[in-house]
Design a protein around this ligand. Structure first.
Ligand code: TXA
Ligand code: MG
Length: 322
């Protein structure tokens, strides 16, 4: 775990234009000063991320919102006050302060306040917004531990802060607030039901005309092939693949896997008790599949409620990957 001295050193590095990976409640982010053009240039290079893919700017508190966004609607303010700090990114008109590198050239910006003490301590010490995409190379699995960041990005970053494993495990909900009807561009732990419940308003899902990179198919993918199956299908499919000489790993809710008799060669990557725990282990399980050089990951589709929607979304993209 990182100490206060590490956090202070990280803040100094960021103020000088460095790149620092830090934990959030969702996944680890790769941070850069959102007002520093050369730091942002390096951020895109290290991630190997196309320049037109916007990154999220992380704020120290909801009180900073008007420094980083213009004409913030009453609805966006309400959502920020209810869900920040937390796993909700609001897309708003960008203020002049935000570098257009961070927005991928758009006039809108994604803002969120992470619910992680270390992250907020860091951002407050730097005293400006931190552009922070997930701390992985473009298109790959997001890291949920400091060790995963080091393995993926290694020497390309100036410092990796360690705040333990991320509590949520999948990236924040991205909500476009620039239209009259807010629209979920990426599902996460803050669900449609929560957003609709708090606002009493219609909330649209997906589609729309907004360009939202990172929401296209083929993303969040390990090197192993991912197949999403039902609990009823997994035994048959695992046997079929194992018989064909494939190295197979399985992943899902314990109650879906408990009664299944797998061939001895089949590896249980994770069998979790709840859908929240499923989100927590999803990316670590995919990384483990690659460490074990597996050919295929068979993942049992979660129930489509709560964070299960976000898990199904990421599994679907991982499955489309190869
Ligand atoms: O949980 C998270 O959101 C993590 C942690 C580190 O905070 N960050 C993260 O960042 O997942 P990244 O860059 O991997 O994903 C950012 C997402 C992308 O889907 C991107 O398209 C969307 O946010 N986004 C950011 N700014 C946007 C904008 N102005 N308009 C539309 N989409 C935007
Ligand atoms: Mg990402």
């Amino acid at each position: 775990m990182s100490s206060t001295a590490d956090i202070e050193r990280a803040a100094a590095l960021l103020r000088r234009g460095g790149l620092v990976a830090f934990p959030t409640e969702t996944v680890y982010g790769l941070g850069a000063d959102a007002t520093n053009e050369s730091a942002l240039g390096r951020l895109y290079e290290v991630k190997r991320r196309p320049r037109d893919h916007p990154v999220i700017v992380h704020l120290g508190s909801a009180a900073w919102i008007d420094d980083w966004a213009d004409s913030v609607s009453a609805l966006a303010r309400e959502l920020a006050s209810v869900f920040w700090p937390g796993p909700l990114t609001l897309i708003l008109p960008a203020s002049r302060r935000v570098s257009r590198q961070a927005t991928g050239g758009l006039d809108t910006v994604g803002l969120r306040v992470p619910a992680h003490d270390l992250a907020r301590d860091l951002i407050e010490r730097v005293d400006r917004g931190l552009a922070a995409p997930s701390a992985n190379r473009f298109g790959r699995v997001s890291p949920t531990t400091a060790a995963a960041v080091v393995r993926d990005l290694g020497r390309d970053v100036d410092l990796v802060l360690d705040g333990g494993a991320c509590a949520v495990g999948v990236e924040s909900t991205v909500l476009d607030c620039t239209d009259s009807v807010p629209r979920i561009l990426r599902p996460g732990a803050v669900t449609h039901a929560m957003l609709a419940g708090v606002t009493g308003r219609e909330i649209a899902i997906g589609g729309g005309t907004t360009r939202a990179p990172g929401t296209h198919a083929s993303h969040y993918a390990p090197a192993a092939r991912v197949e999403v199956v039902t609990a009823a299908e997994i035994a048959g499919r695992a046997t079929e693949l194992a018989d064909a000489g494939c190295r197979v790993g399985v992943l899902g809710i314990e109650s879906d896997l408990a009664g299944v008799r797998f061939a001895p060669a089949v590896i249980r990557l994770a069998a979790v008790a709840t859908v929240d725990a499923y989100a927590g282990v999803l990316y670590a399980a995919m990384r483990r599949a690659d460490d074990l050089d597996l050919d295929t990951v068979l993942a049992v589709a979660p129930e489509l409620s709560g964070i299960g929607i976000a898990i199904a979304d990421r599994l679907g993209r991982a499955a489309a990957g190869r």
